[in-house]
Design a protein around this ligand. Structure first.
Ligand SMILES: CC(C)=CCC/C(C)=C/CC/C(C)=C/CC/C(C)=C/COP(=O)(O)OP(=O)(O)O
Ligand SMILES: Cc1cc(O)c2ccccc2c1O
Length: 324
């Protein structure tokens, strides 16, 4: 009997231990998922496409790309973007801008505590600095140039909602246009080739406009709640009708630029036009003022347009692209 009891208790203790382990594992899994979701990964196309574009331009210019530099650069930009999203989550919540109906639910629904978001943001900024240091050793780019672009990106990502809070004084659109466009493309190009050039700034324009369309659709959707919270965005300043006109410009001007590039330089620049069928339903949805998931859908378009743009550049015959 004693032996039987020992076996039974032994089994029960084992089962108990197992179920505790399973509970801990499930808790860790949930917490990890919460951290990943807090980064708002749907928006990552906005920072990955400029990195790919900068490297594609470097490939056309120098004939090769360093894949290690490309990977480290992508992680650097992604991490700084993610940290910017966390700063945005923290300040929008502490200023009472995010509410029960907001898109960003991390703090409103108490999925994470504000302190978790702060710690995670600090961790990402530290990781970003580590990656930038690694880039210094991998690339031939001068330290002062690398530091200038990297800390430009880092401070923009913080100041968008932290500190002065550029987003709250209608400067968010300018920040996004510059950081996700010329700055990120130039960074990725410069670490590959080892010098600064104006060329990536020009090539960044169509992609930057499309990325700004993501933010502008976001701000148009949030117009009423942002007004109530007492902040000013470009969408609030220009009103719904002009916001619709602006969204169309941001969405379709890149296609006009691709048409010009395709007809004047090389047909491979027509590749991004393949995403036009995705743009028309977005215009229609915006017009009907049904803004649900428009930023996410515009981000999906941004990813595809960016990839086709990059392929178009890679496939262009040597010497066929402007100034290349
Ligand atoms: C060149 C280097 C090294 C880095 C550049 C890295 C980048 C792209 C940094 C930009 C980070 C940045 C400005 C992030 C802000 C992200 C953003 C637009 C958040 C959206 O804010 P809201 O308008 O509040 O949207 P929600 O309403 O969805 O919260
Ligand atoms: C969360 C979030 C939301 C956005 O609307 C963005 C727009 C452009 C670039 C990045 C964005 C972003 O990270």
């Amino acid at each position: 009997l004693q032996e039987h009891q020992t076996l039974t208790f032994g089994n029960a203790a084992g089962t108990n231990h197992m179920s505790r382990m399973a509970r801990v594992a499930s808790h860790v899994r949930q917490k990890c998922a919460a951290y990943v979701l807090a980064l708002r990964p749907w928006s990552f196309s906005a920072s990955l496409t400029p990195v790919a574009l900068g490297s594609a331009l470097a490939y056309k210019l120098e004939g090769s790309v360093d894949l290690v530099i490309l990977m480290v650069c992508a992680v650097t930009v992604l991490v700084v973007h993610g940290a910017g999203n966390l700063v945005n989550t923290y300040y929008d919540f502490s200023k009472g801008i995010d509410h029960k109906k907001s898109d960003d639910r991390t703090l409103v629904d108490e999925i994470l505590a504000p302190q978790d978001v702060v710690m995670f943001g600090a961790l990402l900024y530290s990781l970003g600095c580590l990656c930038a240091t690694l880039l210094y050793f991998l690339s031939t780019l001068r330290l002062e140039h690398l530091a200038l672009i990297y800390f430009g990106g880092l401070s923009s990502s913080f100041l968008y909602t932290g500190g002065i809070g550029l987003k709250y004084v209608a400067l968010g659109d300018v920040v996004i246009l510059i950081t996700f466009g010329p700055l990120a493309v130039m960074f990725s190009h410069a670490v590959q080739v080892g010098y600064l050039s104006v060329l990536p700034l020009v090539y960044a324009i169509p992609l930057a406009l499309n990325t700004e369309a993501i933010l502008h659709s976001n701000n148009t959707r949030d117009m009423d709640s942002d007004k109530q919270a007492g902040i000013v965005t470009l969408a609030i300043l220009i009103g719904p009708t002009l916001s619709y006109v602006l969204y169309n410009l941001l969405l379709f001007v890149p296609y006009v630029l691709f048409c010009i590039l395709a007809t004047r330089y090389t047909i491979s620049m027509a590749l991004p036009l393949l995403t036009l069928p995705m743009a028309f339903p977005l215009e229609k949805q915006f017009r009907s003022q049904c803004y649900a998931k428009i930023p996410q859908k515009t981000a999906k378009l941004n990813l595809l347009m960016g990839l086709f743009y990059v392929f178009g550049i890679i496939l262009a015959p040597p010497g066929s692209l402007p100034s290349l």
